[in-house]
Design a protein around this ligand. Structure first.
Ligand SMILES: [Ca+2]
Length: 156
């Protein structure tokens, strides 16, 4: 087994575990102004350079102003036209006040039809407990896809 293949297998395992572990409905005591954190855009593209536009770019805008949370947990669900849902969580420590988080989902756009991206984020450490933010975004990618296991990476 090559190193690259093993990494992909581990990432898939992490994705599947996330699917089974993250509750669809999270009870949160407070809901913040969604302008603090929102999905600025989501679209398909060829992000891994395999000549197939089967990857999804999700841009999450941080607009926390002078807030300084200790952690921001972003739970994301990407639902394919068939109903298959990929769930994953990105935790950001020392979040920048105004910046765009890039989330690249490789080999995930393999069906034609509308894709739904749902976000439920928790902003922690603001001195008034956990604050939740919800957002959603839909887009329509092209038909078809290349080979490979779905993987996710996130970066500012
Ligand atoms: Ca690709």
């Amino acid at each position: 087994m090559s190193g690259l293949y093993r990494v992909k297998a581990l990432l898939l395992l992490a994705t599947l575990l996330a699917v089974s572990c993250i509750p669809v409905v999270c009870a949160s005591p407070k809901t913040a102004d969604s302008s603090l954190l929102y999905i600025a855009d989501a679209y398909y593209a060829d992000l891994d350079g395999d000549s197939s536009a089967d990857d999804i770019k999700i841009l999450v805008q941080f607009a926390l102003r002078d807030l300084e949370p200790t952690r921001v947990d972003i739970n994301l669900w990407v639902t394919l036209p068939s109903g298959t849902t990929y769930a994953f969580r990105v935790s950001v420590y020392k979040a920048p006040s105004d910046s765009t988080l890039n989330i690249d989902c490789i080999n995930m756009a393999c069906e034609s039809g509308w894709y739904d991206v749902k976000m439920l984020a928790s902003i922690l450490g603001l001195g008034r407990g956990r604050v939740s933010v919800e957002d959603a975004f839909s887009f329509d990618p092209p038909t078809g896809g290349g080979p490979g296991l779905p993987t996710v990476s996130a970066y500012f």
